[in-house]
Design a protein around this ligand. Structure first.
Ligand code: SAM
Length: 267
C-alpha cells in the first residue's frame, strides 16, 4: 500500500497537541485529547473569540464551496480537511451536484481515519493521507490523479491550513506548485490567520500552538495576498473573512474574526 494511503496510527501521539483536534475542540466536536484541550484552552484564555473564529472559518468554507459549484466547478482538492463536522466540503458540494468529485488530504492520521469512515470515501470522494509541505508528492498520489481529471478546472481549497506552514517551509513555493498543476479556469480558496487586527493579542494567543505538531504562523494581508499571485481575484478580493460574500447579515462581531479570506481564478 502506498505510504500516502496508509496513515500510520502507531505514530499517532495523543500527548502532543494537533491543530486538527484543537480546531475540533473549538468547534464543539468530540475528537480531541487532553494535550489538545490544554493547548486550545491556553489559546482561548487569551482569545476567547477563538471559538467564533473557528465557526466563522467553517462558514466561509461553505460559502466558498457553494460559490465554486455555482461557477461550474465539479472537482475539489481540499487540503487540510479537518476532522469531519457538519458542513464538510463534500456534504456542501453533493447537496448541489451529486457527481462532483472531492479529494480530501490531511497529514493527521486521525483526521484521515475519521474522514474515511464519515465522508463516504470511495466513488467521487477520496481521502488521502498526505502533506501540504510536499505538494509534488501529494499531486503524484495515484488516488489524487485517478479521482480528479487534470484537464478540467479544479478548485484547490487551502482553508485554515497555510498558517500551519512555516516560512522556512516555503509556503509560496508550495502554493505556486499547486497553481501550476491545475488548468486555466481553476480556482484557489484561502483563509489565513492574521495579526493585523490586534498584533499583541494575536501573537500571544498563537503561542498555544508552540508545542503542537505545527506552530501557528500569523501573516499580514500583503503576505496572504502574495499566495494569489497570477490569479484574478473574485469579488470582493482578499478581505477580513466575515466580509467574503456574506449570506445576508454578518453574524457576530467581524472585528473579532482575525482571518483573511479570498478566492482567485487562474486565467
Ligand atoms: C484548522 S483545520 C481546518 C479544517 C478545514 N479546512 C476547515 O477550514 O474547516 C487545519 C487542518 O489542516 C491540517 N494540516 C495542518 N498541517 C498540514 C499539512 N502540512 N498537510 C496537510 N494537512 C495539514 C490539520 O491536520 C487540520 O486538519
Amino acid at each position: 500500500m502506498a505510504e500516502h494511503d496508509a496513515p500510520d496510527l502507531e505514530q499517532f501521539n495523543i500527548n502532543v497537541a494537533h491543530p486538527a483536534r484543537m480546531y475540533d475542540y473549538y468547534l464543539g466536536g468530540k475528537t480531541h485529547f487532553a494535550a489538545d484541550r490544554e493547548a486550545a484552552d491556553s489559546v482561548l484564555e487569551i482569545l476567547p473569540e477563538g471559538r467564533d473564529m473557528a465557526i466563522a472559518n467553517r462558514a466561509f468554507l461553505g460559502r466558498a464551496v457553494r460559490f465554486l459549484v455555482a461557477e461550474g466547478i465539479t472537482q475539489f482538492l481540499d487540503i487540510g480537511t479537518g476532522i469531519p463536522s457538519p458542513g464538510s466540503t463534500s456534504e456542501v458540494v453533493h447537496r448541489i451536484n451529486a457527481d462532483a468529485r472531492v479529494v480530501y488530504v490531511d497529514n493527521d492520521p486521525i483526521v484521515v481515519a475519521h474522514a474515511r469512515a464519515l465522508l463516504r470515501d470511495g466513488g467521487p470522494v477520496k481521502v488521502v493521507h498526505g502533506d501540504l509541505r510536499d505538494p509534488e508528492g501529494l499531486l503524484a498520489v495515484p488516488e489524487v490523479a485517478s479521482v480528479l481529471d487534470w484537464s478540467r478546472p479544479v478548485a484547490v481549497l487551502l482553508v485554515a491550513v497555510l498558517h500551519f506552514i512555516r516560512d522556512e517551509e516555503q509556503p509560496e513555493r508550495i502554493v505556486e506548485t499547486l497553481k501550476g498543476a491545475v488548468p486555466s479556469g481553476s480556482y484557489l480558496a484561502i483563509s489565513h490567520g492574521t495579526q493585523d487586527f490586534s498584533p499583541g493579542r494575536a501573537t500571544a494567543a498563537v503561542h498555544g500552538y508552540d508545542q503542537a505538531t505545527a506552530p501557528f504562523v500569523l501573516r499580514s494581508r500583503s503576505q496572504v495576498q502574495r499566495f494569489f499571485g497570477g490569479l484574478d481575484m473574485v469579488e470582493p478580493g482578499l478581505v477580513p473573512l466575515p466580509f467574503w460574500r456574506p449570506n445576508g447579515d454578518i453574524e457576530g462581531d467581524p472585528s473579532k474574526i482575525w482571518l483573511y479570506a479570498g478566492v482567485g481564478r487562474k486565467p
